[in-house]
Design a protein around this ligand. Structure first.
Ligand SMILES: Nc1ncnc2c1ncn2[C@@H]1O[C@H](COP(=O)(O)OP(=O)(O)OP(=O)(O)O)[C@@H](O)[C@H]1O
Ligand SMILES: O=C(O)C1=C[C@@H](O)[C@@H](O)[C@H](O)C1
Ligand SMILES: [Mg+2]
Length: 181
């Protein structure tokens, strides 16, 4: 698979909590790729947590840093990149994402909610109705996530390993550079 990909980066997109970071790590290991997470790079580069950054510069400020980080990361090859859930919102980001293969992880809201119910690190979920917020984010962003090259729908009981395996199985059908035999 790694040779079929020819170093092309894999970008994982999807709403928060679908498992981009968790599955991305597994995929990188499987492919012999490096792993990066745009949220982690942002936190390292600014010295602030995502919560602190939202509080200090607002969502718009965060989105600018996120685009800057993505523009830097896409210059490298042989990477699996877990992105932040809102990376799809800025048109300019798609120019960067399309340098690689884009995989949309799509997980039912009920499952995401059960994972993140106790989580306090996602500022957009610090809402009176976090489940409703998740639903509305997913509804707003589905037309954007749908622009991915590969759409993986997670099923109840799928482990991160199962999801990684399904992605690896789906990649050959969506490779942009068709290998001639
Ligand atoms: N397939 C899975 N089965 C069970 N738990 C999972 C699965 N995938 C991820 N998780 C758990 O769900 C939580 C959220 O996963 P993760 O942080 O990877 O999501 P994310 O898509 O990167 O979210 P964000 O957009 O906020 O960065 C973590 O606690 C992780 O361990
Ligand atoms: O869905 C979103 O907009 C976000 C998802 C997280 O990955 C972080 O990037 C941040 O919490 C915003
Ligand atoms: Mg993540």
């Amino acid at each position: 698979m790694s040779s079929l990909l020819q170093g092309v980066n894999l970008y994982l997109i999807g709403v928060m909590g679908v498992g981009k970071t968790t599955v991305g790590r597994l995929l990188a290991k499987e492919l012999g790729y490096g792993f990066v997470d745009t949220d982690n790079i942002i936190a390292q580069a600014t010295g602030e947590s995502i919560n602190q950054l939202f509080a200090q510069v607002g969502e718009a400020g965060f989105r600018q840093v996120e685009s800057d980080v993505l523009s830097q990361v896409c210059a490298f090859t042989r990477l699996t990149i877990a992105t932040g859930g809102g990376i799809v919102l800025r048109r300019e980001n798609w120019g960067y994402l399309h340098h690689g293969l884009i995989v949309w992880l799509d997980t039912p809201v009920e499952i995401i909610y059960s994972r993140l119910a106790e989580d306090t690190t996602r500022p957009l979920l610090q809402d009176a109705d976090p489940k409703g917020k998740l639903r509305s984010l997913l509804e707003q962003r589905t037309p954007l996530y749908s622009q991915a090259d590969l759409h993986i729908t997670e099923r109840e009981g799928d482990t991160p390993e199962d999801v990684a395996k399904r992605i690896l199985e789906g990649i050959p059908s969506v490779l942009k550079t068709q290998v001639s035999h």
